[in-house]
Design a protein around this ligand. Structure first.
Ligand code: GRF
Length: 198
């Protein structure tokens, strides 16, 4: 059973989905650690309620020490807003996954996070948006894409209604990818494209 760490910066609704799916044994993984780089966020409370080790840490070295202490096999960034260093990412190559609230490569990279993503989606007038789960590499939101799911955007949508639709698909695809990762079903081929064989 893999040891999982979830890094957050906010409410932790994605974290909660992972907790629930591990508790019902749909994910063959053990969330050993929740770290937030922001103090007093609800996501830490969610971990506390499940008796999962939960820490407010902002220093990357301290984060690394905790990951080593818990023998972490998979790091999930679920609304984690701190940029990790190249060294950190190299040390955990293809063991860090991130959920982004758009269809990468659209509306991603510097400045595209949270509601700013959905604001840009509405402004641009795209007809579909969605969420992406990807491996984290040295360039923000550029790592190999693992899974995406779309939502429709229509003329009556607002950034808030798009955010709500996208969060729903995030809550579907992130637990699915973590489940597949824990079962060894995620393959990255030689040209850095990902296949889920489960
Ligand atoms: C989600 O929209 C996710 O796509 C983005 O940050 C938000 C996290 O929400 N990276 P939550 O903290 O999991 O509720």
């Amino acid at each position: 059973m893999l040891n999982i760490a979830v890094l957050i910066s906010g409410s932790g609704s994605n974290l909660q989905r992972l907790i629930d799916e591990c508790k019902n044994n749909n994910i063959n993984g053990n969330i050993k650690l929740v770290i937030s780089n922001k103090e007093n966020v609800y996501g830490l409370q969610r971990a506390k309620e499940e008796n999962i080790k939960n820490l407010y840490i902002n220093d990357e070295e301290d984060i690394k020490n905790e990951l080593k202490k818990e023998n972490i096999d998979l790091i999930v960034l679920a609304g984690f807003l701190k940029i990790l260093s190249k060294d950190f990412i190299k040390e955990y190559k293809n063991k860090i996954i991130n959920i982004h609230p758009s269809l990468i490569p659209s509306f991603c990279g510097k400045g595209y996070y949270g509601m700013k993503v959905h604001e840009a989606v509405i402004k641009k007038g795209v007809k579909i948006s969605g969420a992406t789960v990807h491996f984290v590499n040295e360039i923000a939101d550029e790592g190999p894409i693992i899974m995406q799911k779309t939502v429709e955007v229509d003329i009556n949508d607002s950034k808030e209604s798009v955010a709500k639709k996208v969060l729903e698909v995030e809550h579907e695809i992130l637990p699915y990818v973590v489940k597949q990762f824990c079962e060894g079903n995620i393959i990255i081929n030689e040209d850095e494209r990902v296949d889920i064989i489960g």
